[in-house]
Each structure stands twice: as C-alpha cells, then as structure tokens.
Design a protein around this ligand. Structure first.
Ligand SMILES: [Zn+2]
Length: 356
C-alpha cells in the first residue's frame, strides 16, 4: 500500500516523507489527531517504507532524484509488517487487546487491563529494544493508543524517548494527546493529523461499494473520520434515521413526550450526537425545498414527507434558528455535554424558543 492510499493527510505525510527521503527520521514522533483518520496506517507505512526491500534499496538515489520512497507492500518485510510479525516493528496496544491476540500475558495471572501497563513498557525497553536489531534497516516501536499508557507506564518510557537506541524510531499514536504527560509530549516531534474532508471520505466509501444513500448518511455522521464512516453499517444508519423521524413526529404541545424522547435517545452520547447531525442534515433539506421547491434533491429521502410539510409550515428564518440549535448541540456533545440534557435543550429551543 503506497502513501497515496492514505487520503486527506498530505501535510502530515509531506513532513514524514521528506524526512524519510533525507534519511533523517526523528527518533520519536507523536501522531496526534482524531480517531479513524489514518494515524496508525501512517505509522505502519513509515515502518514499511523504511524497511521495504524495493523502495528503500537505494534511498540516496531516490532522494537525489526527488522521488519519495513508497513501500511496495509485497516484499517480505512489507508483508511481515502488515501482519504485525516483523521482529523489528513492535506494536504496544492495550493489555487486553494484546492478550486477546496472544501477544501478551499479564504477570501473576491477573486479568489483562484496558491500559498499557508498566510491565508492557518495561518488556519493550528492557528486553525487546535492548536486543540487537534483527533483519530490518530501521527499528520501530509503535504505541497505539499512546494515551492508554497509565502515568507509571509513561514514566517508564521517558528514558527511552530521551536516549533511544540507534536506528530506532518510536511512534506514539493518540487521539487524546492531552492525556500524555507533558514530559512525554515534549520529547516527541508532533505530526498533526486533521479530520478528513467529507468529499474524500465519500469518494472512498463509494469506491468500496457502499450505496450512494448510505454514503451520504455515513459522511454526515462520520465527523471527518474514515474509520468511523466505515464502522457505521446500514443498520446503525437506519436506527439514527428512525430517531430523527421520531424527533420530528413529537408534539410541540406535549413536553412530557420530548423529555421521554431525550431520555431514551440520550443514553449514549455518540448516538445523540449522530441524531443531532442528522437533524442538521434534515433541516438543510427543508431549506433546500424552501429554496428550490419539491424537486430539490434530498439527503434524507426517507423523511421527504416530514421535509415537505416542515418546508410549508416553518419560515426559512425559523428553520435556520432550529438548525443553529441542533448545531450547537452537536458542538456541546463533542465537548462531553450530557446527552439527554443536550437533546432536551434542542427540543425546548425548537418548540418554545420564539420567546427567548
Ligand atoms: Zn516492500
């Protein structure tokens, strides 16, 4: 898999590929950015490009020619790295994940935790990194997610970040880099990964064979994360669309029914955010019908009857006001707001907001 397979991260990759081409990789990186935008893939590609039999055969020549090394994905080292069995490319994950994969056994028969624990870090730095480099040209230790390291584990990694072994690069992967100790962060070169453009996510999903209707909904809910978009299956999308239909069918005069709705839909913050994202998408449909008439193309075609009647019943200014309330809820839910309360606030604002 070449670097070009990683969509929408040109800036992050540009820095890495030029360091690679110059043979000047840092000894420690922090790949920071939202879930599902390619951080772990980039770490693997970097390890592959550094050890590929074909791409790296003459890195100086490649650099001189201005070409950037791309792993072939097919040679022995590339395949081993992809399968996670290359002896010089080590990956630390949560204890229970590694235990499930048969790659780690907690000491003293205790149950594996959801953290990356100090024993795992010590095993990496005192044993595996202390060994001589094996068959590869450059050794990698990838910690993903790095924020799963508890403070004790992070402290055990500090010395290695300060004085890494030769020809070794550590890559810490994190969607929540603020959970890392400042001393860890300051010892890593930070590479920022951003959310992906919606168009790029849509293009990729379509190429993977998802139906256009499904692509539209998944992109609307994915928050710029290809990983998230892929994880949203047809059933999950349908459930959210049904929740939106239920919200639209609520009686403005029956406050008890809104509260019941908010409570039921507010059990899970992610689901509540997705419902609010879909409400935004639907309100944009209403505006489209108001502007272009009944023939306007709709993102949520299944809700067309609600859309037509709302387009007639509400003024465009009122639709925009409701859209702003739903958008504010999406923002609040991203910031850990209580889900039921955020939904309640949207509905109260919708049905009783005129007098604010
Ligand atoms: Zn290769």
């Amino acid at each position: 898999m070449p670097f070009s397979e990683l969509i929408g991260q040109e800036r992050a990759l540009g820095a890495l590929r030029s360091a690679l081409a110059r043979g000047a990789l840092h000894h420690a990186y922090l790949f920071a950015g939202p879930e599902g935008v390619g951080k772990a893939t980039a770490a693997r590609l970097l390890a592959q490009a550094s050890n590929c039999d074909r791409a790296g055969a003459s890195p100086d020549v490649a650099a001189a020619a201005g070409a950037l090394p791309d792993p072939c994905g097919e040679c022995g080292p590339c395949r081993k790295i992809a399968r996670g069995v290359h002896p010089d490319v080590m990956v630390l994950a949560e204890e229970r994940v590694m235990a499930r994969a048969g790659r780690w056994e907690p000491r003293g028969g205790r149950a594996p935790s959801k953290d990356i624990v100090v024993d795992q870090v010590r095993d990496l730095v005192d044993h595996r990194l202390a060994l001589r480099r094996g068959e590869g040209r450059r050794r990698f230790a990838i910690v993903d997610p790095a924020d799963a390291m508890n403070p004790q584990a992070q402290n055990a990694l500090l010395k290695t970040l300060e004085e890494p072994p030769d020809d070794t690069t550590l890559v810490l992967v994190s969607a929540r880099p603020d959970l890392l100790l400042p001393t860890i962060r300051s010892r890593c070169a930070r590479v920022a990964f951003g959310p992906l453009p919606d168009a790029a996510v849509a293009e990729r999903l379509a190429a993977e064979g998802r139906a256009p209707e499904e692509v539209r909904l998944a992109v609307a809910l994915a928050d710029g994360s290809l990983g998230r978009a892929r994880a949203l299956d047809a059933r999950a999308l349908l459930a959210r669309e049904e929740a939106v239909a239920a919200a639209l069918a609520l009686d403005p005069d029956d406050a008890g029914s809104w509260i019941a709705f908010a409570r039921e839909q507010g059990q899970d913050r992610e689901a509540a955010r997705e419902t609010c994202e879909l409400l935004c998408l639907w309100l944009r449909d209403v505006l489209a019908v108001q502007a272009a008439g009944e023939g306007a193309p709709l993102a949520l075609a299944d809700l067309a009857s609600f859309t037509q009647s709302a387009a007639t019943a509400l003024s465009p200014a009122e639709v925009v006001r409701r859209l702003e309330l739903a958008r504010a809820a999406v923002g609040a839910l991203r910031q850990n707001a209580g889900a039921a309360l955020a939904l309640e606030r949207v509905l109260i604002g919708w049905f009783h907001g005129d007098g604010q």
